[in-house]
Design a protein around this ligand. Sequence first.
Ligand code: IPD
Ligand code: CA
Ligand code: CA
Length: 270
Amino acid sequence: MHPLLTIAVRAARRAGDVILRAAGQSDALTVEAKQRNDFVTEIDRQAEQEIIQIIRRAYPDHAILGEEGGQIGEHEVTWIIDPLDGTTNFIHGLPHYAVSIGIRIRGRLEHGVIHDPTRGEIYTATRGSGAFLNDRRIRVATARGLEGALIGTGLPFRDFSHAPAYYGMLQAVAGKTAGIRRAGSAALDLAYVAAGRLDGYWELGLKPWDIAAGVILVQEAGGIVGNLSGEPEGFMESGNLVCGNPRLFAALVREIEPHLTPMLRIQSRP
Ligand code: IPD
Ligand code: CA
Ligand code: CA
């Protein structure tokens, strides 16, 4: 395992321990709303601190972009951290959430780890070396199109400016697939696409920490990640993303693309 990934896995495990310990006592949580429907608990913050300490000990100069702490430092290596992806699930005692750590080097995602502490699952990927679930190689599913496919997504819940366009997409996709899932953790949605549990996934308005690790996982598992027009760029900046195996990706984009508004088209550009 690449030394950077070894540290990332150690940090993700430590954060997972913090989350699991607190999960049994979710009644005692202090929940704060950063804005409407954007919640943070002391566990999000503690988990992020654990991760940062472990990174700092090994790589004191590297830059960090954490959901809770923002950007710290400037360096060609940036660690992009979501200490708890799926906070709303966590607050409700719904055991579907994860720690996500992506590593970007000179502007390109190179490593990623997603850790689901509830299931004891660790997903890892390094550019050029494949994607793994607990040391077992994983690949995207082989679905040839939308028929019979299971697709993950995220419903608008905070910013509703693109809701009409999104619901147009949802109606188009839902009509052609075996089913749609809204599980509440973008990181796990991407990990599940990498592992072939979901055939594809799309969502709008994501943040870099939601997707940094998952993007490299899907790519290394043989999948394609792109913007809503199907181009392989702009999704990190806009947070509007589609993914799946190459054929399914194309089929999903065919359903989604006709619903893009001029604003969504502009956003898609890098
Ligand atoms: C959220 C989850 C959710 C997605 C949201 C994210 P958080 O992350 O990934 O699935 O729909 O857009 O903000 O706030 O739980 O870290
Ligand atoms: Ca998140
Ligand atoms: Ca989070």
